[in-house]
Design a protein around this ligand. Sequence first.
Ligand code: SDX
Length: 436
Amino acid sequence: MKLADNKATLSFSNGSPSVDLPVYHGNVGPDVVDIRKLYAQTGMFTYDPGFLSTASCQSAITYIDGDKGELLYRGYPIEQLATNCDFMETCHLLLYGNLPDVAAKAAFTKRVSNHTMVNEQMQFFLRGFRRDAHPMAIMTGLVGALSAFYHDSTDINNPEHREIAAIRLIAKMPTLVAMAYKYSVGQPFMYPKNNLSYAGNFMHMMFATPCEEYVVNPVIERALDRIFVLHADHEQNASTSTVRLCGSSGTNPFAAIAAGVACLWGPAHGGANEACLNMLEDIQRMGGISKVGQFMEQVKDKNSSVKLMGFGHRVYKNYDPRAKLMQETCKEVLTALGLENDPLFKLAMALEKIALEDEYFVSRKLYPNVDFYSGIVQRAIGIPVSLFTAIFALARTVGWIAQLNEMIGDPEYKIGRPRQLFTGSVRREVQPISKR
Ligand code: SDX
């Protein structure tokens, strides 16, 4: 970051001495006012619950321009990456800062393939869950449990440990998600097949059985790979900030990623794709497109807690570029599967059209986000709704790890420890119970 010529001066109407605060430029995007010395100089904190105006770190990984609807991974537009690259190239880019050449891609892919199996003991964790346990409950447990098996790569301050932990997590997430799925349907776990692509191997572990050969459908393989690319990273979102804060204590990378999985589960975040599909199915049951108007009235009613899931975003105040690409993938997959008349896809398109012309949404700059179409394409592929967020976590693991490693690799990083505005009881004395 570069010190700006101008500075911020904070003055107080009560005559307290004003304070000059440095301003820094990044390479693109908003400048920042450096308030690190504010408390020492004024005895005051800033107040920003939800962090609407707060930069928690400097980063060189992902840039979002919410007004333009722009998303760049290490400077490359998501539209170009989703069209010209696959998930292994995207992982290499996010982790190391550059797109690999043919040899580097092959070497990276082989390293990942060599770590796709999990320790045989991991399967016994599944038995503790009910068969109908939510996959995100299982994933939160399994990812944290990985740290029990890798004492050779849990020192987050050791760059080699961070590197091998990154490869292990990227490699093993598909295996764990597929195990959670197989457990829920009572089928045997399928071991990884390292001659398949990352997405193809995931499909094999999800849908193959020991009884017959499984052939990967290349259209679905490409669609899944694109879904992984689109979900790979997204600046300092809630789960990434959780991973950074968790990792700042020096805990091992598996524990920090498990914290990210837990945060992503929420319906306001990664759980929105599951919530969006359930919303579409509810509207379909109520009568489909003819009932959209009635549903929209509920959404706009401040007294109802009904939201149009898959719409709105803290940063995007324009169309989420991932939503456009996801809609394209939706059309490709539905056509390839002969489902172009899928009623939920038509319902989603109708909802989007109505919302984008409705003053409530237009005035609040609410547009479809990545979760609006992702559920429809995953459902078409045969993935159960409850597994959608686990697949989001699978894809986001590389972003979480890249962001965590960037923080730990910064010699200036400290343990994250926010303060508060205290509004509770001031000091009072405990009275004996006989006097309370
Ligand atoms: C992801 O941060 C990331 O980068 C996340 C993510 C990533 O890749 O990591 O992009 C992934 O989490 C995408 C978002 C998925 N969530 C949803 O689709 C759930 C529905 N969306 C909303 O819950 C909401 O839009 C949020 C949580 C996404 C953003 O919330 P904000 O920024 O806090 O905005 P807000 O709630 O203050 O909304 C502003 C106004 C409010 O109305 P008013 O009080 O001004 O009258 O817009 C309304 C909100 O009620 N609003 C919605 C709405 N989203 C916002 N009203 C109806 N339906 C919605 N979806």
